[in-house]
Design a protein around this ligand. Sequence first.
Ligand code: CAA
Length: 269
Amino acid sequence: MAEVAFGGSAEKISLEEVGLRYEVDGEIATITLDRPDKRNAQTFATWSALAQIGDNLPQQVRVVVVRGEGPSFSAGIDLRMFTPEGVPGQGSFASSAKLDSSAFEQRIAQAQQGFLWLRRPDIVSVAAVQGHAIGAGFQLALACDLRVLADDAQLCMKEPALGLVPDLTGTKPLVDLVGLSRAVEICLTARTVGAQEAARIGLAELVVAPEDLAGAVRDLTAALLATGRDAATATKRLLQGASGRTLEEQCAAERQEQVVRIKALFAGS
Ligand code: CAA
């Protein structure tokens, strides 16, 4: 997939123009935010492209790595959105504000599609985060199942400080990971959470030196792939459903998944 249409437009632009790279190597897909000179700032086109990558993910892919080129994972939304001129071809917040509310919500829903697929049970998504992950950058890291941080990582939910709310699917994983009180504190102060604190409060699985980030992600990916696809998918589905179920319901879900597994493993024996 080398081109992407966005905002309902028929016009197509290349991934390179969007500032993304996308590579598939067997069971591993790697998405790279690739606008390092602008600290990998994101636009609506970035999110459309992410959604299209998700829609077209080859069936063999089991791990999706999301990384950023250069010193920062992502400095969040492209600040040109706040200017009257906006981002060429994509408008501005001022132009979006003129849409009726349901059309505007629809536009945000499209943007959210770029993030939501990263939770699919048939894949495991891993964010490799160095430097700044601000606003949409933090939310993209939160959209992934796992986060590996370089020790220089700085996470910041800046939206409330800009008069906005985080709306790119980040609020639920944040609350699920750190609890309501800590999430309120992090968001409403818009403070920076460093890598060590992130690991302590559950926002990171692993913190490594910046030069070890790629290697740590490679090792984690290899370990994830060592588990068979069907058992991994069923287990992730089970774990994802756990917080929304009672213990009894979860036990029933375990039984159902296990019956399917054992029947599949021992069919014909
Ligand atoms: N949008 C557009 N350009 C950006 C950018 C952004 N979000 N962040 C950085 N850049 C650009 C800078 O303008 C600069 O460009 P020029 O070289 O052309 O001047 C280049 O990237 C390098 O930036 P800095 O010199 O500032 O780099 P730094 O390493 O000293 O600082 C930084 C990095 C702390 C991330 C700083 O750039 C910064 O604070 N950026 C803005 C962060 C921000 O407020 N993002 C919005 C978050 S809210 C959000 O994302 C909302 C939402 O989802 C709805």
